[in-house]
Ligand binder design. Sequence first.
Ligand SMILES: [Zn+2]
Length: 425
Amino acid sequence: MTRTAVTNATIVTVDSHDTVLENGTIVITDNTITELLSSGDTPSTSVDHTIDADGGIVMPGLINTHTHLAMTPFRGFADDVDLQEFLNKLFPAEASIMSERHVRVGARAGFLEALLSGTTAALDMYWHYEASADEAKQAGFRLQNGPIFIGSDGPDRIPFDRRLSEALTTTPHDWVMAHGTYTMDPAQLSKVGELAQQSGARFHIHAAENAGEVADVNSRFGRTPVQLLDDHGLLRDGTVLAHAVVLTDEEIDRIASTQTAVAHCPSSNMKLASGFCRVPELLAAGVTVGLGTDGPSSSNDLDMFTAMRVAALVHKGHRLDPTTLPASTILRMATMGSARALGIDQLVGSIEVGKRADLVRLDASSPSLVPSYDPMSSIVYSASRADVVDVWIDGMQVVNGRTCTTIDSSETLRELRLEAIAISG
Ligand SMILES: [Zn+2]
């Protein structure tokens, strides 16, 4: 049994009362938070290691609710275009290079970027998902993924029916994923829904990302993406809709009453000019909303601090109301909201005794974090990923003094550059 104490910390717990402990201590026993102390109290048991946070913020690990981590080789590949043009450029490029090895390199680079920026878990949608899962294990990253379906042959050149029969032989799955209602027909969607049902899997899909997608699906099937999902029993507890930007009032009510969750990806929505997700209405209706970056090809990074900042600012500007989505709401969205969407809120998402130690320590000497009248505001409006010093996942320190302990950074970036050369060549 190993005990580590992180002392002299400003602990932003994101518990149900948004408790902040000044001069606090967190005791980690193996992978679990076993003590939370305030005002310099000393742990009840002896510890093996002590880390002095020097008064700096310690917060729950950030949880990315929608991303495509292995797409790091496509960062900056198709900028300043809308979703449809983006996909027209991206899909053939992916098909030209797709392999399990390509996914391993991209995913490893994604984990490296995510870990160094304080992200400890993610819901990830991509091809060769088992390769990403294996890389995540080696990186110590808390990855959630599963088989992904699209109507046509994917970039891995596997036809829909073969992909389905393979997935049926490898059940159970934690997650079953579909690309979108605009990239498959309703019969295929129905089969994917049955697979998710049979294997007791959670379900993840892009839905209602922009007006063009909704109009396209409506003209082909006479239903909106959200209505189609409802028709197939796919609005339910355990489903996460990525984006959900273009929603009617009725659809918001339906998403709420079915306990469907939404992954809000503001940087991607702004960059692709998709529109403003109706986050305040979703939250008011009781919908679980998590925060995501989307892939590094559409939002160009895996930076959850930027995602928090953009989410906090963009809705205020759009609504002309500075009270929209305050800092505490945004931080909760990126931690507990995301954990709830992923179904892992009993394990992680807040700093509480009994939960797993997924923690981030920020640099107490960062000029952008001094002074700090409200640590939650500091995290959302002032901090950046450059302030992340240490990261723990499941009690293991995966970032130590801004260095990732589980991934060889220079070798990973060397391989990533070679992938980019192959794509552009
Ligand atoms: Zn996406």
